[in-house]
Design a protein around this ligand. Sequence first.
Ligand SMILES: *Cc1c(COP(=O)(O)O)cnc(C)c1O
Length: 390
Amino acid sequence: MDILAKLPNPVSSELRFPFLDLQAEYATMKTDIWSAVDQVLDSQRFIMGPQVSQLETEISALVGCKFAVACASGSDALLLSLMALEIGDGDEVITTPFTFVATAGSISRLKARPVFVDIDPATYNLNAKQLESAITNRTKAIIPVHLFGLPAAMEPISQIAHVHGIPIIEDAAQSIGARYSDSQGQTRSVGNIGDFGCFSFFPSKNLGGSGDGGLITTNNPAYAERLAVLRDHGSRKKYEYDLLGMNSRLDSLQAAILLVKLKHLNTFTKARQRNAERYRKLFAQADLNRWVGLPHVPTGAEHVYNQYVIRAEERDQLRNHLRASGIPAEIYYPFPLHLQPAFEYLNHRAGAFPQAEVACRHVLALPIFPCMTEEQQKMVAVTDFFQQKG
Ligand SMILES: *Cc1c(COP(=O)(O)O)cnc(C)c1O
């Protein structure tokens, strides 16, 4: 089935502002970034310079983990974590079909089998109630994704994983800084709940670099050591290779830029949360709540809004209407992974994971970038689309 042929037609029209205004963010820290870059260029230490270990130290402190290992991308962070667990041919790894391709792709790349569990439609995250029945004696890891910036239901997921002795790799690519409190009132940052926390510095993530980058957090010294070796060709001593590794280092230049941006992360996260609150009020005032489902944040979870995702049955008409009025809106994700050609070999049919499939038809991401103004948000929320229908 050629699902790509069904991609909704984008309406082309001049946008009144971008979906994600990275230029506005850059303007607030341009001088600092230039001087950080200048320092690296002066030193000419482009590979594993001191900025890389400093970034590892600062992010492990932010997440609350003992160790952090920087690498070339969020995708590699997932791959390296699976490699550190020696996952391969014949193994199964449980994850969600409603996520970015890299989550399941990293599993398949190692010849292990992604085993999907449907999502909870209220949070779009892996449905912990369906987790246990997906576990077999071949299950070697579980990868919950903290999608859009909202922590997955880590308490029930961790309980089940613990009973079966299965390690957890958190896909925290979209959720740096998000916190999760369990029923005992213990609060932890994502990336510090499972055995590994995988982060991405892709430019559109909440801590975005000037190119690709990633990082893994862990509290286990043996895992940390193995990750550091695996990202550098598997070598502990120069030209001696104990493990089959890869070249997945983070550039010193990226680390230097990320160190500058990290200083602003908390402010920008708060701005995203303020914008989410503004949307909630604007939607309520315009009486649009009966047409659209706003993001649900369960008790104990903190949302950092990498994406602000609403749902509407008439999603495609709404998107077209917004686009025709010059308002950007994007679909994350238009298709679930189990129906993608790349995963056809898993032999899933439409209907296998119904909540993920419905979400793909109904979700719409509205702009929520930190520098967004209230005027811009009003342009989005007070659309006449629903009034016409009302
Ligand atoms: C962005 C992302 C990744 C991959 O990160 P890259 O740095 O782009 O390789 C993995 N999982 C999720 C959920 C993501 O959003």
